[in-house]
Write a protein that binds this ligand. Structure first.
Ligand SMILES: Nc1nc2c(c(=O)[nH]1)N=C([C@H](O)[C@@H](O)CO)CN2
Length: 118
């Protein structure tokens, strides 16, 4: 399946980080998602119930990370992947989690993972 649903630059304000000072503040993560979905079905029905609802996905991704308050962005990415596969039935996904403020000399740092089969 070549079709995907995209979420790009989803800003998530959360407690995240390894160091003690990071546990006392919130920081911004930017999340990009590519999720396999057969978009021919919602295109034919014109019904959001047949679509992978990017608004619902975005809300759940934010909730997932904010509830977890992980130390590592790797942990955030893995938790989001598991949630999307289990709760939304996404068979394949690519997730990028950026932490733009983490390394002042870099525009951003982040991780990217792929899970499932296309
Ligand atoms: N691969 C990673 N390296 C680091 C992470 C991380 O989440 N993944 N986190 C930190 C600190 O929390 C850092 O962001 C503080 O500036 C260091 N390295």
């Amino acid at each position: 399946m070549a079709d995907v649903v995209l979420v790009e630059g989803l800003a998530v304000e959360t407690v995240i980080g390894v160091y003690d000072w990071e546990r006392e503040i919130t920081q911004r993560l930017l999340v990009d998602l590519e999720m396999a979905w057969d978009n021919r079905v919602p295109a034919a029905s014109d019904d959001v119930a047949d679509a992978l609802d990017y608004a619902a996905v975005s809300e759940r991704v934010s909730q997932c990370i904010q509830a977890l308050q992980p130390q590592l962005i790797e942990t955030a990415a893995e938790a989001v992947a598991t949630m999307l596969q289990q709760d939304f039935g996404v068979s394949w996904l690519r997730i990028t989690v950026n932490k733009p403020g983490a390394v002042p000399a870099a525009t951003s740092v982040g991780v990217r993972i792929e899970r499932g089969q296309r």
